[in-house]
Design a protein around this ligand. Structure first.
Ligand code: IPE
Ligand code: IPE
Ligand code: MG
Length: 249
């Protein structure tokens, strides 16, 4: 098992769970079975994050672009989501995990949406970890939506344009109130962001692995965290400045 320093954990981990289709292809089975196996990996990783004390876990489960996949695949993904919500509620409660979402959940079919609202509502008071699912999520849409809301609020006299700064802007995003991710993991050997959290990833440490999402285990998570812990997050400063600051703490 890879060793990690539990005193220096990322507060917020975001994951682009990619490679279910290629995993299925590798095992000469249908893509949908790949997604099912991917759902198992979600359970493993949620459990592992909760166990080590990660406070926020954001999982990219379905993008706005994914709506254009073959209807059968979209349907299967919705079914798996519904199944996940149904089966997982008890464990989320037991583990005191709160479920939240980002994205346009109004586009989900009514029965999935209803289950989602139920799980969100039921877990509202849980505070050990936030499991944040990105569903029908697109970062550019999120930013445009934020701008529209700001313009509306401006018209209503609720916000003065001179007051608008990056902190205020953040409050108009789906992720309002959440810290930005410290670590982003993308599986399956793709090196892109795919319209995920464009604003929030400004200073996130990026970690890419060739492991396909259905194969991603606790040990792979630990590898990603260990890599994160070896890095120096400078936020534009020099290494010397950071050392000086740390010694003053
Ligand atoms: C990720 O796996 C799951 C979703 C995007 C819903 P993919 O289905 O994208 O798998 P690949 O990229 O085709 O292997
Ligand atoms: C990103 O994966 C979206 C999710 C993991 C849900 P995709 O497989 O859709 O991304 P691209 O199309 O390869 O960039
Ligand atoms: Mg993919």
């Amino acid at each position: 098992m890879i060793k990690i320093d539990t005193d220096n954990l990322p507060r917020h981990i975001a994951v682009i769970m990619d490679g279910n289709g290629r995993w299925a292809q590798k095992h000469t089975i249908g893509r949908i079975r790949g997604h099912r196996k991917g759902a198992h990996a979600v359970r493993t990783i949620v459990r592992a994050c909760r166990e080590i004390g990660i406070k926020y876990l954001t999982l990219f489960a379905f993008s706005v672009e994914n709506w254009d996949r073959p209807p059968k695949e979209v349907q299967a993904l919705m079914f798996l989501l519904e199944e996940y919500l149904r089966k997982e509620l008890a464990e989320l409660q037991e583990q005191e995990i709160r479920l939240t979402t980002i994205g346009d959940i109004d586009r989900l079919n009514p029965s999935v949406k209803e289950k989602l609202l139920h799980v969100k509502e039921s877990t509202l008071k849980n505070d050990k970890m936030i499991l944040n699912l990105a569903l029908s999520y697109g970062a550019k849409d999120e930013i445009v939506y934020a701008v529209k809301k700001i313009m509306e609020d401006n018209k209503k006299g609720r916000i003065d344009i001179d007051e608008l700064d990056k902190e205020t802007f953040s409050k108009y995003l789906f992720t309002a109130g959440m810290p930005d991710p410290d670590l982003l993991i993308r599986t399956s050997g793709e090196y892109r962001i795919s319209n995920f959290l464009l604003w929030q990833l400004a200073y996130t440490e990026l970690y890419f692995t060739k492991v396909l999402w259905p194969d991603f285990k606790k040990d792979d998570l630990f590898k990603a965290i260990a890599s994160y812990q070896k890095r120096e997050r400078r936020f534009g400063l020099t290494s010397e400045q950071l050392k000086e600051r740390n010694s003053q703490k």
